[in-house]
Each structure stands twice: as structure tokens, then as C-alpha cells.
Design a protein around this ligand. Structure first.
Ligand SMILES: Nc1ncnc2c1ncn2[C@@H]1O[C@H](COP(=O)(O)OP(=O)(O)OP(=O)(O)O)[C@@H](O)[C@H]1O
Length: 246
């Protein structure tokens, strides 16, 4: 096991945001967390990387665990000129050829010397993925990493994730609202609503009453859910100040 959460709870500002979470991630598997807005998905990822304290339970990390994390949002100070290359060399200088191949692999070759603030939301998401991959993770945590990508970009992104898994045996734990794709391309689904409502193979989860209660059962419901979510989703834009992951 790469990481094991046992009965984990966490509070933010005195409010319980995740409750009694138990699961484990094995090498090479792709696991997706789904759940409504505010159900604690980002908080769970943050607890796993140690960015927020847990208030109960335990998180056990394999001694060789190397985490790569793509946050939901990362705002870069608009007035601070910074090239992609410089951004990827923070906080630790990287090998130049590693940066070049990480950018190629993330589908954004040739933008090494562009300014971060000039990138589109989708390009910036790919830079964040390239950055996470530079640390050669064996567990990649992705928090709504396809936001800001167009339809073609979303498909390409998931194919890329699948390729990463095949080539490096890197496990992937991702938060996603792309329910249709999730149900096709993930090994396991965790359905979260502060606590784990249900988890297992995609078919098992999508047929469970807890899942149907949250998301409905058919394409119509999925489409409706997508629509509702898009009305208030946060598009990643590298134009605003304050670095904030989540
Ligand atoms: N910095 C914060 N200060 C106060 N409350 C917070 C903070 N971060 C998260 N919360 C609260 O914690 C709860 C869980 O939030 P979280 O971001 O984990 O949910 P989520 O499932 O990722 O939501 P979404 O799908 O909208 O991204 C929410 O009620 C949210 O308001």
C-alpha cells in the first residue's frame, strides 16, 4: 500500500469537513473521488499531503511514497513576471532536459520561455501537471485537474494520465466532476459526502442507492449535474494574487 487512511476526520475552523474516512491506495491504481460541492474532496487530498491537520484517525504513508499534487487552484501574483521555466524550477532547480520532456509529456511543448500570466487556463493546468511529474511521483493527487480544459483537452488529459500510469506504474488519486469519463476510466470510485457513502468498482458505485441519491442514475441526471456544476465552477486562472491551493 502506498497510503492508508484509517478513520480519518478533519476540521476546518471548527467544522468537521471529513469524517471517519478509511481507504488505501495501491501502486498503479487509478482511484477517483466524486462528491457534491463542499463534500470534503479537496480537504481529503489536503489531509493526505499533510496540508491540513487531521483531528482523528491515522494516515500511514509508505516510506518510499513520493507524492505529486496538482491543486484545484493556484493563483500566481499577476504583477510578478515569471516564465514557465522559472516556475518549474521552484522551489528546487530541475534538470533542463527533464523540464523539456515533462512539458512534452503534458502536451505543452515549446512554452518553456513564455510568461505564466500569458497562459490560458488549460495550458496552466498542464504546467501544474508537468510540475507534479517532475518529482517522479509514485502517487499523483489531482484535484479537478481538467477544469479550464476544453472537451478535447479533457479526453487528452485522461489519456495522458492513463499513459503515465502504464509507463511509470504511478498510482493516481483524483477528484473529478467528469462523471461520465470517471465511470469509464477509473479502477475504483470513492463517493464522498464528508464520509464515504460508498466505494468500489465504477459499476458497483454508480448502481448504489447512495450514489444515485447524490447524482441520479442516468445520462440525463449526469448532464444536469454537469450543468449545475458548471454554473458555479472555479476556472483556474493564473491571474490573481495569493497562492492558494484548494
Ligand atoms: N479555508 C477554508 N476556510 C473555511 N472553510 C473551508 C475552507 N476550506 C474548505 N472549507 C469548507 O470545508 C468544506 C469542504 O470543502 P472542500 O473544498 O473540501 O469541498 P469539495 O468537495 O472539494 O468542494 P468543491 O467540489 O466545491 O471543490 C466546505 O464546507 C468548505 O466551505
Amino acid at each position: 500500500m502506498l497510503i492508508v487512511a484509517k478513520d480519518v476526520s478533519a476540521h476546518i475552523m471548527g467544522r468537521k469537513v471529513i469524517s471517519n474516512i478509511t481507504f488505501a491506495i495501491e501502486p498503479g491504481e487509478i482511484v477517483t473521488i466524486v462528491g457534491p460541492n463542499g463534500s470534503g474532496k479537496t480537504s481529503l487530498l489536503k489531509a493526505l499531503i499533510g496540508a491540513i491537520d487531521i483531528s482523528a484517525g491515522q494516515i500511514e504513508r509508505h516510506p518510499n511514497l513520493r507524492l505529486g499534487y496538482v491543486p484545484q487552484r493556484l493563483h500566481v501574483e499577476a504583477m510578478l513576471p515569471m516564465t514557465v521555466n522559472r516556475f518549474l524550477n521552484l522551489p528546487v532547480k530541475k534538470n533542463d532536459s527533464d523540464i523539456t520532456s515533462a512539458l512534452i509529456n503534458a502536451g505543452v511543448p515549446g512554452i518553456k520561455h513564455q510568461q505564466i500570466i500569458g497562459l490560458s487556463g488549460g495550458q496552466f493546468q498542464r504546467i501544474l501537471l508537468a510540475r507534479a511529474m517532475l518529482d517522479r511521483p509514485n502517487l499523483l493527487l489531482l484535484d479537478e485537474a481538467t477544469q479550464g480544459l476544453d472537451q478535447g483537452g479533457i479526453g487528452a488529459f485522461y489519456r495522458h494520465i492513463d499513459r503515465i500510469r502504464q509507463e511509470t506504474n504511478c498510482a493516481v488519486l483524483m477528484v473529478s466532476h467528469d462523471l461520465n469519463i470517471v465511470m469509464r476510466q477509473t479502477d475504483r470510485v470513492i463517493c464522498l459526502n464528508k464520509h464515504i457513502c460508498c466505494q468500489g468498482k465504477p459499476d458497483h458505485v454508480s448502481a448504489s442507492s447512495e450514489y444515485i441519491e447524490l447524482f441520479g442514475s442516468g445520462e440525463e441526471h449526469l448532464a444536469l449535474y454537469h450543468h449545475q456544476h458548471h454554473q458555479h465552477r472555479h476556472i483556474a486562472k493564473p491571474h490573481k494574487r495569493v497562492e492558494h491551493a484548494g
